[in-house]
Design a protein around this ligand. Structure first.
Ligand SMILES: [Zn+2]
Length: 598
């Protein structure tokens, strides 16, 4: 795994430069003006599924090929039917659902900034039938616990059928012509996909909590790909969020609910808003194997692995210790992956491993086993290591401004490995892996004692000073300052679930001796990017959990409000049809402009 030379390429640097990543939220491609004015679309013949796409991850029935609709009425019938088809296909799924919410307060310079935050992680039972009456019961419960599935259940992985399923579909029980009026609005491209846009309004007296808003319907299979609106009327003492819900064509014939953005609050003069927040909901892990039997089979499958060590000699005590550690490491990585918390090994890990390798090579570190990396799929900022595997969260990769800052957070875990601070050998006992997915955070933990944390920070700084990143530690200092500035408000984002936190009690503790390094934090300096918004770097495939770097063209920052460090932003995924995603180029707009990143 270790290569003899440090790889320190312009390509890697470019992909990690702050300027390049400010284009976090992908821009919509310009709608084709000639299309948007066409009154009646001549819908294309539904595309036949290419043979290469026929091998769906599991046996999911392809929707029947529909006859080309000739009227808007027929289109409405088709997407209503397709919506019910989607509900049926996903009914057996229990994906992971994560909501991260930031309460907002107005800042004169920066606009709405986070004043506090909440985090929720759960499993969404797509088959659960929601009882409307029960759900809409007029209670004195806070609207958050009502629609977000209960914030009192923070930090636990558990099934939460309510609330989220409400926003995943327009209407789970009554999405039909008896309850709704549909009016064709226009055509619009979302990414590569041409859509027909319809306004949806509930019929009078059709009941409470009905969808009011707009749906985008792709013009080949007539699936809804985006919903934008709210639910009306709300029962007394209850509040429905506004939401923008996006689906991706991850399997042939179906568009799978993937991202939901919610936002409330009005900061214009004179408004006494009671509520102001922004929230991102991400759904992934659709193709997770159900726990139980599958897990047992993977435990039995070890007999197919050849035992190389036994051929010539017996294992020395040290060798036995190392094999034991590796067994624990493999167990943990496998278990976290099957629980839907870890992305499978992929391209993003190659980038992370290159950074780790750069530090190793320049420090002459030669470990008996290569260091591996994996991406934790969740938003809270955390890293931990088990055996020789370094794990870093998606949220943390998202907000890091550059490669040197990535190197800094990875170097802390590399230091634990180099210093032999090995945790988790108890997980070499397979019985310790036999827990339900919901119990992951209760059954696994990799927190070091304070003495080991201090020693790892000290060693990490030593490693960094010998590394190719030595001249860029000012950027790390800047990141730590930005983190410190927001740490008191972002308790949930900084609450770790498996490893040590970067900050405790609102104070940044990780690599704190670097925090004084570099220039002062200055919002007015537009070329000073200390930290990025969430969601800007890592793209997760919600079906198979694969992680990759976002490809987005840089967008110039024009005011301090564009910086949005650690903040929640709307989603704008580039929609592509199944099987064409990999080849899709990064969107470019005329406004795209590269500020000099480093
Ligand atoms: Zn540590």
């Amino acid at each position: 795994m270790r290569t003899s030379k440090a790889i320190f390429t312009a390509v890697l640097l470019a992909s990690m430069s702050a300027a390049a990543q400010q284009a976090a939220e992908q821009q919509p491609s310009a709608p084709d003006a000639t299309q948007t004015v066409q009154p009646a679309p001549a819908a294309e013949q539904p595309a036949a599924t290419p043979a290469s796409q026929a091998a769906a991850p599991q046996a999911i029935p392809l929707p029947a090929v529909v006859a080309t609709p000739t009227t808007m009425d027929q289109v409405v019938n088709l997407f209503i039917e397709r919506e019910h088809g989607l509900m049926k296909v996903l009914a057996t799924r229990t994906p992971v659902v994560e909501t991260y919410l930031q309460n907002l307060v107005a800042d004169p310079q920066l606009g709405p900034v986070p004043s506090g935050d909440h985090y929720f992680l759960g499993r969404l039972d797509m088959g659960e039938t929601v009882d409307r009456k029960d759900y809409l019961k007029e209670e004195e419960k806070g609207m958050q616990s009502r629609l977000m599935g209960g914030f009192q259940k923070l930090y636990k992985v558990q099934y939460q059928p309510m609330g989220f399923s409400w926003m995943v579909y327009a209407d789970r029980t009554d999405f039909d012509r008896e309850h709704y009026d549909f009016r064709y609005a226009r055509r619009e491209f979302l990414g590569d996909v041409r859509c027909l846009v319809f306004d949806v309004t509930p019929k009078p007296k059709s009941g409470k909590g009905r969808f009011l808003g707009r749906v985008w319907v792709e013009d080949q299979g007539f699936n809804i790909v985006r919903l934008n609106g709210t639910y009306v009327p709300a029962p007394r003492n209850t509040y429905f969020f506004h939401m923008d819900s996006w689906r991706l064509n991850l399997i042939p014939g179906y568009w799978v609910p993937s991202f939901i953005y919610s936002e409330e609050g009005d900061f214009s003069a004179g408004v006494k808003n009671k509520l102001a927040f922004k929230a991102q909901t991400r759904i992934w892990g659709y193709d997770l194997k159900k726990g139980g039997k599958d897990d047992e089979l993977t435990q039995i499958r070890v007999d197919s692995v050849t035992d190389e060590s036994a051929a010539a000699q017996d294992a020395s005590p040290l060798q036995a210790e190392r094999v034991w550690q590796q067994q624990a490491e493999d167990n943990v990585v496998e278990r976290l992956t099957s629980a839907g918390l870890l992305a499978p090994d992929g391209d993003l890990d190659r980038i992370l491993q290159t950074v780790v390798n750069n530090i190793e090579v320049t420090n002459n570190i030669d470990l008996p086993r290569p260091v591996r990396t994996r991406v934790l799929l969740t938003s809270p900022l955390e890293t931990f290591s088990v055996g020789n595997t370094i794990v870093i969260s998606r949220g943390l990769i998202d907000v890091l401004p550059d490669e040197a800052s990535l190197a800094a957070v990875l170097s802390h875990e590399l230091a634990h490995i180099v210093l032999g601070h090995n945790l988790g050998s108890k997980y070499a006992f397979n019985d310790r892996m036999l827990f339900s997915d919901e119990g992951t955070y209760q059954n696994l933990g990799f927190k070091h004692i304070p003495e080991e944390e201090t020693a790892a920070d000290k060693k990490a700084i030593e490693l960094l000073k010998n590394s190719p990143y030595a001249q860029k530690l000012d950027n790390v200092g800047l990141f730590l300052k930005a983190l410190q500035l927001r740490a008191p408000q972002l308790g949930a984002l900084l609450t770790t679930h498996l490893g040590n936190p970067l900050a405790e009690g609102g104070t940044v503790t990780r690599l704190s001796s670097l925090a004084t390094q570099g220039p002062a934090l200055d919002n007015n300096k537009l070329d000073q990017i200390a930290a990025l918004p969430l969601g800007g770097r890592v793209k997760i495939n919600p079906w198979d959990d694969k992680a990759e770097m976002v490809k987005a063209a840089p967008v110039a920052i024009t005011s301090a409000r564009d910086k949005m460090p650690f903040e929640v932003t709307p989603f704008f995924p580039r929609l592509v049809r199944f099987g064409t995603g990999a080849a899709a180029p990064a969107p470019t707009t005329a406004a795209a402009n590269s500020t000099s990143g480093n």
